[in-house]
Design a protein around this ligand. Structure first.
Ligand SMILES: Cc1cc2nc3c(=O)[nH]c(=O)nc-3n(C[C@H](O)[C@H](O)[C@H](O)COP(=O)(O)O)c2cc1C
Length: 201
């Protein structure tokens, strides 16, 4: 058990007792091959490392979720519409987190030409759990510019995904602009007082 977790178990959430200062935003990601992890850090670079803490969901616990009211979740889809393996292991835990009072933005990675019948499905599945647990969802994103046949991440009867869609397999050249625009959008929706940083990546 990490020292920080141990201290929290003893002192509850009173982080100030153990000198524990958390950032305003937490980003949790799962990643099999590194694409989602890379995007997570590119988002952190835009919001600022002192504004956004990043956690690999493989090492995270429910305790970390409790510390933050502004949360970003990143998830790729694997194996024809399946949830990424570390998120799958955390699924029961995330289904128990109380998201009421929390504002959540999400991004998903997928391959629209290779898996056009399941594009970003895991993003949609995670969104439904988190919303059902009481979160206020932000960061919805236009489906314009993507080609796919079906996606659980698409809002019914609207040309919107429930979060940012990133396709590093087929449209890597669009990722930087998508990140710039989406980070600007969630920066406003999160009502962050800190400046958004210009990043050349
Ligand atoms: C075997 C395999 C299955 C995949 N299945 C899907 C899928 O069902 N839907 C989708 O949108 N993308 C699918 N993808 C694409 C991945 O989501 C994409 O490569 C993503 O960037 C991987 O992220 P990661 O490197 O963070 O794990 C699949 C890729 C592979 C290799």
């Amino acid at each position: 058990m990490k020292l920080r977790e141990c201290a929290r178990l003893i002192y509850g959430r009173a982080g100030w007792l153990v000198g524990d200062v958390v950032a305003e935003v937490a980003l949790f990601f799962g990643s099999d091959e590194g694409n989602t992890e890379g995007v997570a850090h590119r988002i952190q670079n835009r919001l600022g490392a002192d504004v956004c803490d990043v956690f690999d969901i493989a090492d995270a616990t429910q305790l970390e979720f409790a510390d933050y009211d502004k949360i970003i979740l990143g998830i790729p889809t694997w194996d024809f519409g399946q949830i990424q393996s570390d998120w799958e292991e955390f699924w029961d835990d995330v289904s128990e987190v109380d998201f009421s009072g929390k504002v959540v933005a999400m991004f998903g990675l997928g391959d629209q030409f290779g898996y056009g019948d399941f594009f970003l499905d895991a993003l949609g599945m995670l969104h439904d759990v988190v919303k059902q647990r009481g979160a206020t969802m932000i960061g919805y994103w236009s489906t314009e510019g993507y080609e796919f046949d079906a996606s659980k991440a698409k809002v019914e009867d609207e040309d919107l995904f429930v979060g940012l869609g990133i396709d590093e397999d087929q449209q890597p050249e669009l990722t930087k602009q998508r990140l710039d625009e989406w980070c600007q959008q969630i920066h406003g929706e999160f009502e962050l007082g800190t400046p958004l940083l210009a990043v050349d990546d």
